[in-house]
Ligand binder design. Structure first.
Ligand code: SF4
Length: 246
């Protein structure tokens, strides 16, 4: 079940030339969570990630293949939250590894679908204090207003990344999560935006397939994405066969 692998394979090439800082997951180092939506007013704001119309991209991909996200970690390309002084370009990319083998070692697609649903859930259920996230699924933007107080208290991507990973780890089928934060100028944000769109197209197609849509590829509105992404057609017709057998 490797629908997103062609996108994941491209991630390293989009991140620019900076050497990343790497942090292992440490649940004791999560940033304080306020548990719900918060408002950081302009006058309280230190800066915005993606502010002043700079790029601000977010997407997340699920895989069961080894080699993409084998351990829980946070990577930071560019300046960290406690070093930024004004609006910067921004991206947050998440790679989630799932175990799709059932107790008998057979592949089971259910954990994959649940992990995909969790991705959206987690996106809207992490509320780091003084880190106000504004997302737009249409434009794939994730802009963040960071408060002066949070900067004064030393907020870092390591802490925010730990908060995201802690949420993902509530799903026992998720075995590893890599959270990548990017604030460099030389990253390929346009390329990321294109891949964010493709990621969403794949996820929407999957949802349609799960809803039990018609099975005539010739008249199907999703044909373009199914022709492009290996595995979607197999998934649809494999599912049909399984349901037919009961
Ligand atoms: S496999 Fe065919 S019928 Fe199913 S979603 Fe893709 S194009 Fe449509």
């Amino acid at each position: 079940m490797e629908l997103y692998n062609s996108i994941i394979e491209k991630v390293d090439g989009l991140l620019g030339n900076a050497q990343p800082k790497r942090y292992e997951y440490n649940p004791a180092k999560c940033w304080e969570d306020v548990g719900g939506n918060q408002l950081v007013m302009m006058k309280e704001s230190a800066y915005e990630l993606g502010g002043d119309n700079k790029p601000a991209v977010n997407y997340a991909c699920v895989t069961s293949t080894d080699g993409f996200a084998d351990k829980d970690e946070i990577l930071v390309y560019g300046k960290d939250l406690n070093q930024i002084k004004g609006s910067v370009s921004f991206a947050r990319i998440v790679l989630v590894k799932v175990n799709i083998l059932d107790g008998e070692g057979e592949e089971d697609t259910e954990p994959l679908f649940r992990a995909i649903q969790d991705i959206d859930f987690v996106k809207y259920h992490v509320y780091p204090k003084g880190y106000m996230i504004r997302s737009s699924s249409d434009s794939h933007r994730e802009q963040v207003r960071v408060s002066k107080e949070a900067v004064r208290k030393g907020i870092t991507f390591e802490q925010v990344g730990n908060s995201y990973i802690a949420q993902y780890k509530k799903n026992p089928n998720i075995v590893a999560v890599k959270v990548i934060f990017v604030t460099t100028d030389d990253a390929d944000y346009a390329g990321m935006r294109a891949d964010a769109k493709k990621t969403r197209d794949i996820t929407m197609t999957l949802s349609k397939i799960l809803e039990g849509m018609a099975t005539d590829c010739h008249s199907c509105s999703l044909r373009e994405i199914c022709d492009e992404v290996e595995g979607l057609k197999e998934l649809h017709f494999g599912k049909e066969k399984k349901e037919f057998k009961g």
